[in-house]
Design a protein around this ligand. Structure first.
Ligand code: ZN
Length: 134
């Protein structure tokens, strides 16, 4: 496993539009992309802090993963994504050490990157994502 840095932190919000003033006017960050990821039923907004991004996640469907998360736990940190060279390899390695995977194989996430999630029951409650170009 070769984690190079924290690629992004995913933050569940009820509304990207209502969240933007905090990130832009208070923290002074600039939203550089808003993108819908249809199969995840979310709209995403991205900010950069150094080489790490913040990814705001707004649900487009109450039955989607972010809609359910907010209903259960409210707004807040949803997941941490680590940058890896090869998402498939990283997932296989975690699985070989007994970690249950949400994604057996990498799939396409925002910004065209390959992503794959580990099950939070096996990661002390932190939903963990691997993220990479390969
Ligand atoms: Zn993510």
């Amino acid at each position: 496993m070769n984690l190079t840095h924290i690629e992004h932190i995913g933050i569940a919000v009820k509304s990207i539009e209502e969240s933007l003033p905090y990130y832009e006017n208070i923290l002074g960050l600039k939203c550089y992309a808003i993108e819908e990821v249809k199969d995840q039923k979310v709209k995403t907004a991205f900010f950069k802090v150094g080489q790490t991004k913040l990814e705001l996640l707004e649900s487009t469907d109450p039955e989607g993963p972010i809609g359910k998360f907010i209903e259960k736990r409210g707004e807040g940190i949803h997941h941490i994504a680590f940058a890896v060279d090869d998402v498939n390899k990283a997932l296989n390695k975690a699985a070989s050490k007994g970690i249950r995977l949400i994604d057996e194989k990498p799939r396409k996430g925002a910004e065209g990157l390959n992503i794959g999630f580990l099950h939070p029951k096996f990661t002390q409650g932190v939903l963990t994502e691997f993220c990479g170009k390969e």
